[in-house]
Write a protein that binds this ligand. Sequence first.
Ligand code: FES
Ligand code: FES
Length: 161
Amino acid sequence: MSETLYTIEVEVNGKTRTGQVPARLSLVDWLRDELRLTGTHVGCEHGICGACSVMLDGEPVRACLIYAVQAHGHRVTTVEGLARPDGHLSVLQDSFCETHGLQCGYCTPGMLIASQALLDSNPNPTEEQIRDAIGGNLCRCTGYQQIVDAVQLAAKRMKTK
Ligand code: FES
Ligand code: FES
């Protein structure tokens, strides 16, 4: 018996994208395999590591725990959507580079999404608030301090812009 497919329409990084998806396809698999937005990474696939983080209507979520059909009618932002319209790195992305907030980079898309969502809602976070915001995102390389430094630098730069 062939699997039932559902039509979805999702605003992804400012563009309307449509798809025909089975009910059990995860959002991260749809983004990566169908839309080829491979910046969003897949780690644990059960909600622990945060590598698959995207924003859903501005809130950070784990795209491995959400079905693509659940994103129907919503707005999704992936790491590809964080760059400036001219393709240059965003203030936050640039700050990660400057403070060495990444090494292997596997966690980085999720870290950027979690950090950007924090700065969008709180442009002047304390160190504790930054650590809390990235607390659900695992990094094996950096020891986290450089990531915290990156978010603090980005907040400072955004304030003086
Ligand atoms: S891959 Fe989704 S939380 Fe790890
Ligand atoms: S930079 Fe390697 S896992 Fe974070």
